[in-house]
Design a protein around this ligand. Structure first.
Ligand SMILES: [Zn+2]
Length: 333
């Protein structure tokens, strides 16, 4: 099945892809219009006039307007997916549905964004990233803040429960990893999975180290959670997976197996680097990616920490806290 055929099949099931522009490197974000009762939009795009205009135009192509929307489903907390929610609700009065664990987080967008920045800054300093770089990245992050907005969830969803529209019945499945609030929506009748950023064909979804949704200070192991989440998705007999960016996926098992193999290789590579000598997270990122590890410091550090977590969990690496930054050393050698 080609991408076009997959999109046609989804459209025949009443699910239409809308591609909304974002200012981010990832490019456009996929929102999905579900023609049903209630008229439903899955994800909104970022908070910008351009995104709103294009969303409006694309809805018009299906004979709808933003004012007609009755339900907005939010797949996870990232600004490119939720930024327009508040504005759409002002226009339409639509209900907003999201996984229950994300409700507080979505309501307190600005306060939480500040806490996230602090959390990220501490993590970067602890893992050997220079204070100047951390400062610069903080202002970048602050400048992105305007693309988001808070969202008030009126229909909290529970993991494993159904979300029923007149003609569609989705099973709500919490799939933390890429973010702690990632949620996928499984339509067993059409065998279509709305997966958002949990699974993307052309890029591997970064399991970003994130502040826990319950506000506790202990970070979660994002990659460990992500691998578990992918294993659950692998079991679904999905024929079409509709992602949050790029084209539909029609062979999710092969794609997931590929990702598992990639993470295993990266884990081994990082173990070799640590066996050479104890290194900080940032030193490992630099050894793997050079300059990208500076401009994309948080992203690459998340990637390293995710794999180091796997190595710590299986007993081959341990943390060595000497002075300011944490180093990782090999156990037995
Ligand atoms: Zn995302």
């Amino acid at each position: 099945m080609t991408s076009e055929e997959a999109l046609e099949r989804a459209a025949a099931a009443g699910i239409h892809r809308l591609r909304v522009p974002t200012p981010f490197a990832v490019g456009r974000v996929n929102c999905y219009l579900i023609e049903d009762d209630p008229l439903t939009l899955v994800d909104t795009g970022p908070n910008s006039g351009k995104a709103l205009d294009e969303l409006q135009q694309q809805l018009a192509g299906f004979g709808h307007s933003i004012d007609d929307l009755e339900l907005i489903i939010l797949t996870h907390q990232h600004v490119d997916h939720v930024g327009l929610a508040e504005i759409i609700v002002e226009h339409s009065g639509a209900e907003v549905a999201a996984i229950d664990v994300a409700v507080e987080r979505l309501a307190n967008f600005s306060e939480d964004a500040d806490l996230d920045d602090e959390f990220a800054a501490e993590l970067m300093l602890r893992n050997g990233i220079d204070a100047n770089v951390v400062g610069a990245l903080r202002s970048v992050s602050r400048s992105f803040r305007g693309w988001g907005s808070k969202a008030r969830v009126t229909r909290p969803l529970r993991d494993g429960e159904p979300l029923e529209l007149r003609d569609h019945r989705f099973e709500v499945q919490h799939r933390p990893g890429h973010s702690p609030s990632d949620t996928v929506f499984w339509d067993a009748d059409s065998k279509i999975l709305l997966a958002a950023d949990h699974l993307i064909k052309h890029i591997s979804s970064n399991p970003l180290v994130s502040r826990p949704l319950d506000g506790s200070s202990e970070r979660t192991q994002a990659l460990v959670a992500y691998l578990e989440s992918m294993a659950r998705t692998r079991e679904l007999p999905a024929e079409i997976v509709l992602p949050g960016h790029g084209d539909p996926i029609t062979d999710h098992v092969a794609l997931i197996d590929d990702r598992f193999a990639k993470h295993e290789r990266r884990k081994q590579k990082i173990l070799e680097l640590i066996r050479e000598r104890p290194r900080t997270g940032h030193e490992i990122a630099q050894a793997l990616w050079g300059d990208i590890a500076v401009t994309q410091a948080f992203l690459t550090l998340s990637e390293v920490i995710g794999h180091v977590d796997l190595l710590v969990n299986d007993g081959s690496v341990r943390e060595l806290a000497d002075g300011e930054a944490v180093r990782f050393e090999a156990v037995d050698g």
